[in-house]
Design a protein around this ligand. Structure first.
Ligand code: BEZ
Ligand code: FE
Length: 293
């Protein structure tokens, strides 16, 4: 005897039930966090498509854009991170994951130009190997949120040169390790190094993300900044920049990285051997250790 299926009882995909249809397909053995993330992603994406009445030709363009974004990626170029940067998603993720008490140094976006294992220098050394740009003394202290000095903190720094490029963007043109170095804070928490005053520069904009910015009538520039990664045992890692205070792009950073507390002072260094001096203290948060029951 043939068994008849009652078609009215089957929950086929419809415009109205689209979220339930997809989310309901997730199996009982799915990884718990993945199931949470997937459900929310599907809900928001479907809501988005319904909200804007997504047109077929728009979805086709989006697929072409994502394809091009993937195709330009290689070991040196990460266009998806760039996309996340210009959408503010990198900064939002960073904010969610690095909530700190007031007074502690805030994080900002890492960017694609950090290189591991830069040369380690003595305090006060000059990292500007091409000798270009306006010379600047960067100095300050690494302290904790109670104001105690942190000795032995690792201060990893990098910035662009006078022409607005990082060394890794111009191999063979700039000396290797130009404008990069690692310093270690002294007993009183102090650090200092010489370098060139950073200049504003455009993020890589010769790919799909650059084309998107043009179509959004947005510029690709970042305000001038010095990058820092500060680490010390027992303290939260700081990934941040200091920004040059009078930069024309401070209020329109292409990747939304500027925070008021990270805008540093750059003063004319009248008595020193550099044209500029930029003081900045890093305030680290102790890592919470789980107390024994
Ligand atoms: C940077 O500051 O190096 C950077 C950050 C995000 C995208 C591109 C560059
Ligand atoms: Fe940068």
């Amino acid at each position: 005897m043939t068994k008849l299926i009652d078609l009215s009882k089957i929950d086929y995909f419809t415009e109205e039930s689209s979220v339930e249809a997809v989310v309901g397909r997730t199996g009982a053995e799915a990884q718990e966090r993945l199931a949470v993330v997937w459900s929310s992603l599907v809900k928001h994406l479907h809501d988005f498509a319904k909200d804007i009445e997504l047109r077929q030709e728009e979805w086709d363009i989006a697929v072409q854009f994502l394809t091009a974004t993937g195709q330009i990626c290689d070991e040196n170029r990460q266009e998806f991170i760039l996309l996340s940067d210009v959408m503010g998603l990198s900064m939002l993720t960073d904010a969610i994951n690095n909530r700190r008490p007031s007074g502690a140094t805030e994080n900002t976006v890492l960017g694609p130009f950090h290189v591991e294992n830069a040369p380690e220098y003595e305090m006060g050394a000059n990292i500007s190997l091409d000798g270009k740009g306006q010379s600047c003394l960067f100095e300050g202290r690494v302290i904790d949120t109670d104001g105690n000095p942190i000795e032995g903190a690792r201060v990893d720094v990098w910035c662009d040169n006078e022409d607005g490029y990082y060394d890794v963007q111009q191999p063979g043109i700039q000396p290797k390790w130009n404008n990069r170095g690692v310093f270690t804070s002294g007993a009183d928490g102090s650090y200092s190094f010489r370098g060139s005053k950073p200049v504003s520069y455009p993020i890589p904009h010769d790919g799909p993300v650059g084309q998107l910015l043009v179509q959004l009538d947005r510029h690709p520039y970042r305000p001038a900044h010095m990058h820092y990664i500060v680490t010390a045992p027992g303290h939260e890692k700081i990934v941040t920049h200091t920004f040059v205070g009078d930069d024309e792009y401070l209020k329109s950073d292409a990747v939304f990285g500027v925070k008021a507390t990270l805008v540093a002072s750059f003063e004319k260094n009248v008595d020193g051997d550099t044209e500029w001096r930029s003081p900045f203290d890093f305030v680290m948060v102790p890592v919470m250790t789980k107390e024994a029951d």
